[in-house]
Design a protein around this ligand. Structure first.
Ligand code: AMP
Length: 212
């Protein structure tokens, strides 16, 4: 299964991709996670990407394409992958088509996680990651037990540097301008499936499975 998860920042792509990865045994390929890893380990490229990411802007297409092409050539991606946060521009979508054409394994589908823009701000400002387990949590919607489970075990609830209100507003604008046109791109190719991404994680996941 080769799928793209499309959707605005905060629409739940990462959360749903992680569940799907565990169920279907295919990797979640998140350009955002890979870029954050490069920043955390201070690679030369990571240092350049940091300021772009902190401002909520897009890293250049050729850089992201390089990261993706290396990643999906890995053995664990042979049976498929879930692309999370890529493609984000029309050029990236065209590059992805070329890349997959070259190896004769076309994309199966692009699933749009559809959500009202108003809901996104709360999801994004409340988002935290447990430093011990990497579990994604939200101070507004996770239960107190889930939050305590992390902190009682000595973990910290970490907020992403780009999850502040100013950067979020820019990320949503960048999404509208650069990534939203991909909805029509995949629709015109007969590859778009849309699911309602509002509601509980389990409910959205059930919709995703049904769509696939
Ligand atoms: P994400 O975790 O998907 O929200 O990505 C975090 C940040 O990484 C974005 O705001 C961009 O700065 C950068 N990024 C992630 N994926 C891409 C991509 N496909 N193209 C360009 N920049 C990206």
């Amino acid at each position: 299964m080769r799928i793209v998860l499309l959707g605005a920042p905060g629409s739940g792509k990462g959360t749903q991709a992680k569940r799907l990865m565990a169920d279907k045994n295919i990797p979640q390929v998140s350009t955002g996670d890979m870029l954050r890893e490069a920043v955390a380990t201070s690679t030369q490229f990571g240092l350049k990407a940091k300021s772009i990411m902190d401002a909520g802007n897009l890293v250049p297409d050729d850089v992201v394409l390089g990261i993706i092409s290396e990643r999906i050539a890995q053995p664990d991606a042979r049976e498929g992958f879930i692309l999370d946060g890529f493609p984000r521009t029309k050029q990236q979508a065209l590059d992805l088509d070329d890349l997959l054409d070259q190896v004769g394994t076309p994309l199966d589908t692009a699933v749009l996680l559809d959500i009202d823009f108003k809901v996104l701000m709360q999801r994004l400002t409340g988002r935290r990651t447990c430093s011990l387990t990497g579990k994604l949590l939200n101070v507004y919607s996770s239960s107190q037990e889930e939050l305590d489970e992390c902190t009682n075990a000595g973990g910290e609830l970490i907020q992403r540097e780009d999850d502040n209100e100013e950067t979020i507003a820019n990320r949503l604008e960048v999404y509208r301008k650069n990534t939203e046109p991909l909805i029509d791109f995949y629709r015109n190719r007969g590859k778009l499936t849309t699911i309602d991404a509002e509601g509980e994680i389990d409910t959205v996941y059930a919709r995703l499975l049904e769509a696939l």
